[in-house]
Design a protein around this ligand. Structure first.
Ligand code: NAD
Ligand code: MG
Length: 424
């Protein structure tokens, strides 16, 4: 009996290896098969568990808890939220990167699992081989290294943190390819594209059509842009998200980032990626094929749907999420994006054309500008002006390695901070 099960197990492993080689197509990053330790349970860690995506991931897990083994949760400073999470979930351990929050948490919890501190711990749990899946939901450049380490260690990554692909797309996708690990998009547009691509071949794709809501300033008079307040910019019409991505959506830098993200995830050229403004956010994106046919993925604007798809990919599980009904589809509008209204979208196209380390400059400078805008140190219209200056003043590197990307990130932040400080 033992011998028989051993033979079956060897056969299954051989089958998986061979099918990986045969099935490997150009959706390499998302479509290869991977064994699970236990077909019914995935071991999952979440980076950024107290954030908008982190909490919604936990909400999805809560609906089918038997399917997941919660390994580590990481947070930066919101230890009170973590205490609430631990009333419901019992992960193997937690990592807290902010020192004060770590101390406060230790003093106020009776959690019996591991309690770790700092970025070294965050990096080591990201590369912990007991993970089947790492949910990467940190904000900004902080996601690059843990995501890279996970992929290098053959751990699949459900990626919300698009800034990782913006800053280091080439290095990250190479790490996934070289190690046969999957990068599964959580971003709603890229989840939509992935769903449209199931069963298709790369050569059949003519173009990708990314939809964008247009944000809160779609109809604002251009003369009034100089008076835009933080409160107005944080008031997204369709989605409730963390503050950084909400500001990125109001400038449409977010859509520029998503074009870069689509390029790296699906291997499509820039000329094959169109952006259309679709204020209802019902069609999450579309793919046009060489025979003229278009596939679209539709749904209510609820991130739990793409999160659940990424957690269970390539399977689908039942969830009782609110359903999209026909009446909500009676008015679907589409408009051309206007670079005058959205100069950050223009900047991201220009940066992509430049290639090299430019997107790392774009991302770093944008992070500093968004933080400065949220602190009311710069105005809304200064965001793109400062990024543009930074882009034209940082040394260009054609094929940066990871260290050069990290240096570019630091240098661009410093340069942008100086520009902001000089204004005073
Ligand atoms: P958020 O601000 O709500 O949460 C961020 C989480 O990361 C928090 O747990 C925070 O503690 C942690 N964190 C932030 N900075 C950190 C740092 N420097 N070091 C360590 N931990 C840190 O953000 P969010 O809205 O959940 O977005 C997360 C990522 O997902 C972003 O890259 C965003 O662009 C992307 N995304 C978000 C949505 C959404 O609906 N919220 C949709 C698509 C993509
Ligand atoms: Mg998106």
């Amino acid at each position: 009996m033992y011998l028989l099960s051993k033979i079956i197990s060897i056969y299954l492993r051989l089958y998986l290896i061979i099918s990986r080689i045969i099935l490997k197509n150009d959706w390499h990053l998302i479509a290869n098969c991977k064994e699970q330790n236990n077909m019914n349970q995935k071991t999952v860690s979440i980076l950024g568990a107290t954030g908008s995506i982190g909490i919604q991931t936990l909400d999805v897990i809560k609906k089918n808890p038997e399917n997941y083994n919660l390994n580590y949760l990481t947070i930066n400073s919101n230890y009170k939220k973590l205490l609430e999470i631990l009333d419901i979930f019992n992960p193997h351990g937690v990592v807290i990167t902010d020192e004060n929050a770590y101390k406060e948490f230790k003093a106020s919890t009776n959690f019996k699992g591991e309690i770790l501190f700092g970025y070294d711990s965050l990096n080591s749990i990201a590369s912990d081989n007991s993970n089947d899946l790492l949910v990467s939901a940190l904000v900004g450049f902080s996601g690059v290294i843990p995501t890279y380490l996970a992929l290098q260690n053959r751990i699949d990554v459900a990626l919300a943190n698009k800034e990782t692909l913006v800053s280091a797309g080439n290095i990250i996708t190479q790490a996934a390819k070289n190690n046969n690990s999957r990068l599964i998009a959580i971003d709603s547009e890229h989840s939509a594209i992935l769903q449209c691509l199931v069963g298709e071949e790369v050569k059949s794709v003519e173009k990708i059509i990314l939809t964008a809501s247009g944000g809160p300033f779609r109809n604002t008079d251009l003369d009034d842009f100089k008076n835009i307040t933080v409160k107005q910019a944080l008031n997204h019409p369709n989605w409730s998200m963390g503050s950084k991505i909400t500001i990125d959506s109001s400038t449409m830098m977010n859509k520029g980032f998503e074009v870069i993200e689509a390029h790296w995830l699906f291997g499509t050229e820039l000329s094959q990626i169109d952006v259309t403004i679709h204020p209802q956010s019902i069609i999450h994106s579309m793919v046009q094929f060489v025979d003229g046919s278009i596939k679209a993925q539709l749904g209510l604007p609820d991130m739990k749907i793409p999160i659940s798809y990424a957690l269970n990919y390539p399977e689908r599980l039942y969830y009782d999420f609110q359903r999209l009904t026909i009446d909500k589809m009676s008015k679907l509008e589409f408009y051309e994006p206007d670079f005058q209204r959205y100069p950050c979208l223009r900047l991201s196209y220009e940066s992509m054309e430049l290639g090299g380390n430019s997107n790392a400059v774009l991302n770093a400078s944008n992070e500093v500008c968004v933080a400065a805008f949220l602190e009311e140190r710069i105005s809304f219209i200064e965001i793109n002006q400062i990024i543009e200056k930074t882009l034209s003043n940082i040394d260009y590197i054609e094929n940066p390695d990871l260290n050069q990307i990290i240096e570019t990130d630091l240098e661009s932040r410093k340069y942008t901070e100086n520009l902001i400080n000089k204004k005073k």
